[in-house]
Design a protein around this ligand. Structure first.
Ligand SMILES: *[C@@H]1O[C@H](CO)[C@@H](O)[C@H](O)[C@H]1NC(C)=O
Ligand SMILES: *[C@@H]1O[C@H](CO)[C@@H](O)[C@H](O)[C@H]1NC(C)=O
Ligand SMILES: *[C@@H]1O[C@H](CO)[C@@H](O)[C@H](O)[C@H]1NC(C)=O
Ligand SMILES: *[C@@H]1O[C@H](CO)[C@@H](O)[C@H](O)[C@H]1NC(C)=O
Ligand SMILES: *[C@@H]1O[C@H](CO)[C@@H](O)[C@H](O)[C@H]1NC(C)=O
Length: 561
């Protein structure tokens, strides 16, 4: 699909540029330009158009509003306004004028003759400046005397839209910050209640705030994507490349378009929804590639501290507690209010020099809020574990970076609450510190870790292979004997109740193996036949688009008596 879109888009761009360039070449009177020079001005009705035609700057009225704003929009889609100059000071008249002041700033005058300034770039003084609308949609004020120094640019003053080449975050030298702020309504570009900000404490994480309340986190950057949005790996393939900068001078997040990619933008709507939109030239519409928050579990800290949200659970039980924890207020939980979170069942035992605590691996999650976490990208995950063991304040640790595969690298250590944890497909692993007695019937920690990290996936794979081999051998054997039915078969549709009964309702005592995708149980049907059932994990189910737990989430093998 992406390929087709790109192809069509290219044709479109060529056609579009032809129509755009042709009139310019043959009818110079049209006076389409991308640059405003000193002494000239842009009145309501006139525009600047970027050299490649993608972006237009001019006056507009949003939605049903009659007020006039100066803004930049996509030429193909004038409703897609990506920047507004005078968000807070609309003009009531259509006599607005954009000009360059004597001091070298861009000024928006209401044209009343009184010289009332509705908006100004307040850029530093330069004797002779010009403003150019670049092909990226950035309005740049430069010294017109040939210097390449940028005096001011609209990309440094984002509205509600992040375009390719823009940034969110902080310039740590100048203290300048780049945030997105929603419009108040589709008819009113003045700043609304939602702000999208790069949290630069801990690991960079894109956070949506509403009036000072944290609403939604993309999850910490893990080198490849934001921990809560692994689907980005898929939808960005032919579209964009993320650019996250962590340096002494800057902490920022942005993205650039891949060559030949369609137009794209990321926008914070007045409703608090964050969208990644992509222009589809054939239908001339914006397609939504990503939308967040996606579900109930994206609501910040939905299940409180040490809670874990599972969006695939039945609607009454999204929230659970981490292993070794129980609801702080069972009464509130019974009323479906899990925000009070969970508390530890058995206290940790950690002294000056020794600890008997161990770690449980919580797999497939969006990592918790790292705002108060300590981060070291320069050590291995093994060193991270040792650091956590040695520090009684350490409650959990995880890899900071998953590039390079394996267990990843780097170190995040949580000492405060574990907040805003949820399951996601292709999620990461969190190592949770627990008292020894909470760890798998007191078996040694070493064994535990070995079992979860290495042995389980291997043994589950081996068991499945052996089963399949057995089925294959038996099938072959029977076929050669000319017996028409298969004694061991996979059954696409089977009575769930029967399977439940046969496996003691998927009881622990029937487990014969487990791995990354599911748990394998053995059982016996009433007619005496043995069965093996692989029950897929919820996260695996979600990946396969299966919402509910049903017999479709089982792989069943039946063996003849
Ligand atoms: C805008 O430019 C026109 C013609 O170049 C000029 O007549 C007019 O006075 C200018 N307006 C302002 C506000 O500078
Ligand atoms: C627009 O009109 C409103 C109310 O009529 C007034 O308060 C505001 O100052 C006017 N704005 C300008 C730029 O004239
Ligand atoms: C803990 O360590 C400190 C210094 O390392 C020592 O002074 C103190 O006595 C130790 N406390 C216990 C309970 O071991
Ligand atoms: C971080 O610490 C501050 C101050 O103790 C606290 O108010 C805040 O809730 C903490 N945030 C997280 C995510 O733990
Ligand atoms: C334990 O970790 C916390 C948070 O990283 C840190 O402030 C503290 O100094 C550490 N304590 C020791 C003994 O290393």
């Amino acid at each position: 699909m992406a390929k087709a879109t790109t192809g069509i888009c290219l044709v479109d761009v060529i056609l579009f540029s032809f129509f755009l360039v042709a009139p310019r070449a043959f009818a110079a009177a049209a006076a389409v330009t991308d640059t405003l020079r000193g002494g000239r001005n842009i009145t309501d009705g006139e525009t600047l158009v970027s050299a490649d035609g993608t972006f237009t700057l001019g006056f507009f009225s949003p939605g049903v509003s009659a007020k006039r704003y100066l803004g930049i929009w996509f030429t193909v889609s004038p409703d897609a306004v990506c920047w507004v100059a005078n968000r807070d000071s609309p003009l009531n008249v259509t006599s607005g004028v954009l000009a360059i002041s004597d001091a070298g700033s861009l000024v928006l005058l209401d044209g009343s003759g009184g010289g009332h300034v509705a908006w100004s770039s307040n850029s530093p003084y330069a004797a002779s400046v010009e403003a150019r609308l670049s092909n990226s949609g950035n309005l740049v004020v430069r010294d017109a005397s040939g210097s390449t120094t940028t005096l001011w640019q609209s990309f440094d003053h984002p509205s509600n839209t992040l375009l390719p080449g823009m940034k969110m975050g902080k310039n740590l030298w100048t203290g300048a910050e780049w945030d997105l702020t929603s419009w108040r309504s589709p008819d009113d570009p003045s700043p609304g209640t939602y702000r999208r900000v790069l949290d630069t404490s801990g690991i960079p994480d894109v956070v949506l705030w509403q009036d000072g309340v944290e609403r939604y986190r993309s999850g910490p950057w893990n080198g490849r994507w934001f921990s809560g949005n692994p689907e980005a790996a898929t939808y960005t393939t032919n579209l964009i490349t993320f650019q996250v900068t962590v340096s002494p001078g800057e902490m920022s997040y942005g993205y650039v378009s891949k060559p030949g990619a369609p137009l794209t933008r990321s926008v914070v709507l007045d409703t608090g929804v964050v969208k990644r939109l992509v222009w589809e030239a054939t239908s001339r519409t914006w397609q939504t590639y990503f939308q967040g928050p996606r579900d109930v579990c994206d609501a910040y800290a939905k299940c409180g501290a040490f809670g874990l949200c599972d969006a695939n659970a039945p609607s009454t039980s999204f929230c659970g507690c981490l292993r070794g924890f129980s609801p702080t207020s069972p009464a509130a939980w019974a009323m479906k209010d899990a925000s009070g979170g969970c508390r530890r069942n058995v206290p940790l035992r950690c002294g000056n020099t020794t600890t008997t605590d161990g770690f449980a691996l919580v797999q497939g999650v969006k990592l918790p809020d790292t705002h108060n976490a300590s981060v070291d990208t320069g050590i291995t995950v093994e060193e991270c574990r040792a650091r956590c063991v040695a520090n009684c304040s350490c409650l959990a640790y995880a890899a900071a970076d998953i590039r390079g595969g394996g267990g990843g690298s780097g170190c995040v250590i949580w000492t405060g609450g574990i907040v805003d944890l949820r399951y996601v497909d292709q999620g990461q692993g969190l190592f949770l510190r627990l008292a020894e007695s909470e760890l798998d019937e007191g078996r040694s920690r070493k064994f535990m870790l070995w079992k979860t990290v290495i042995a389980a996936p291997i043994s589950a794979t081996i068991i499945m292979l052996v089963l399949l081999l057995a089925i294959w051998c038996r099938r072959k054997h029977k076929i050669s004997e000319g017996i028409p039915h298969n004694p061991a078969t996979t059954v696409p549709s089977v009575d769930l109740q029967k399977v439940k009964a046969a496996t003691g309702n998927f009881s622990q005592s029937h487990v014969i193996g487990q791995g990354g995708f599911g748990i394998v149980y053995k059982g016996q049907l009433p007619d005496g036949r043995m069965i093996a059932v692989k029950r897929l994990h919820q996260s695996t189910l979600a990946k396969k688009g299966k919402k509910d737990f049903s017999n479709r989430s089982l792989d069943l093998y039946i063996f003849g008596t």
